[in-house]
Design a protein around this ligand. Structure first.
Ligand code: AHM
Ligand code: MG
Length: 351
């Protein structure tokens, strides 16, 4: 009898079978305890993403899904109902995981502890539940950003001090982009991979493996409404791109969406310091460090302007950093304007 030959549809079936949890295990070439943990953690993040995507897709039809709560968060920003919903989704999902003892997010002053997980929960989830929340009420792109760190010590006094370490302590990082389709991008330090949610299967299916950001790209992504609040160096960079062919401005108001464009097509995203916010707007532990982890894995760069984001040690959980991220050459170009200005300033001071 002839050997069995898979039909042409086998290719599509192979593709459909590369789910997120299978991919994590394949990446680690192991079914050991740590690989099982990471796979389970990614599965939980995927579940949170599916629940949030479902809620977003129907938000305009539901009472009390859109708009503000009337509260102000620890960042001094008005809180949206969707921020709280998504924050609670991650908490509920990780309560059931057993693996996570603490969660720290943009929406909570101090980390949230899950006492029943604490004797065994070896990991901490840091996250921005809804990034770009100004887009929520107008049905535009938003995202969730996540980072996983191994808990160090018991943290019995619940200070979370072991979280104040550089970005190289991250075990995994990524984001979920809620757009025309829901896309999950992650890295466990072995390349950057994108998955698309197939709603008919209810699964994130591998779409692109080992994403590499081009060394240079056409996009510069920055809120130019802040032009007169920036330092001269950043103003000079934007004047440079205005005067040179081949650059396009793109800015959605959601970091995850702008980052996703740059990760896939190249270019640079900037949120520099302003006179009102000298450290910029974006937070290190759950916004800039996870995206820095991804971009480095994809062959790009992330910088404050003067140092690599991955090397920054925060002084507190909600610390902000100026942020330049994207293609290697484009980040270097912005940094060169910053270096020129600081050289000129020190020459002025010494003369
Ligand atoms: P959020 O997490 O509270 O939504 O704030 C972060 C967002 C980013 O997604 C985006 O890049 C930035 O804030 C936009 O800020 P601005 O309106 O100042 O340009
Ligand atoms: Mg955010």
């Amino acid at each position: 009898m002839a050997d069995y030959q898979p039909a042409d549809s086998a290719f599509a079936l192979d593709r459909d079978c590369t789910t997120l949890s299978r991919h994590v295990l394949e990446q680690l070439h192991s079914f050991g305890p740590e690989a099982q943990d990471l796979s389970a953690l990614m599965n939980r993040i995927a579940l949170a993403g599916k629940i949030i995507a479902r809620h977003l897709s129907r938000a305009g039809l539901m009472e009390s899904a859109l708009g503000f709560t009337g509260d102000i968060n620890v960042q001094g920003e008005a809180v949206k109902k969707m921020d709280i919903y998504a924050n609670d989704v991650f908490i509920s999902v990780f309560k059931q995981s057993g693996l996570v003892c603490r969660l720290a997010s943009e929406e909570m002053d101090t980390p949230y502890y899950i006492p029943e997980n604490c004797p065994i929960g070896r990991y901490t989830l840091l996250y921005d539940p809804i990034d770009g929340s100004s887009n929520v009420d107008i049905n535009l792109n938003v995202g969730s950003i996540f980072s996983i760190r191994r808990q160090q010590g018991d943290d019995l006094d619940q200070t979370g001090l072991d979280l104040l370490q550089d970005g190289r302590q991250q075990l995994a990082a990524g984001y979920i982009l809620y757009g025309p389709s829901t896309v999950l991008v992650y890295s466990i330090g072995r390349g950057v991979h994108a998955f698309v949610l197939d709603p008919s299967l209810g699964e994130f299916i591998l779409a692109t493996e080992n994403i590499q950001v081009p060394a240079h790209g056409p996009t510069y992504s920055v809120n130019e409404g802040n032009f007169w609040q920036w330092e001269d160096a950043i103003r000079d960079f934007t004047r440079y791109v205005h005067r040179h062919d081949g650059y396009s401005a793109r800015y959605t108001g959601a970091l995850v969406a702008d980052f996703h464009r740059i990760l896939t097509q190249g270019g640079v995203f900037l949120y520099p310091g302003t006179t009102k916010k000298p450290e910029g707007k974006l937070r290190l532990l759950y916004e800039t460090a996870p995206l820095a982890f991804l971009i480095e894995q994809a062959g790009g760069r992330a910088s404050t302007g003067t140092e690599d984001i991955m090397g920054v040690v925060p002084g507190e959980i909600h610390q902000r950093t100026p942020f330049l991220v994207g293609s290697r050459d484009d980040v270097a170009l912005v940094e060169s304007f910053i270096q020129d200005h600081s050289r000129r300033q020190s020459t002025l001071l010494t003369n």
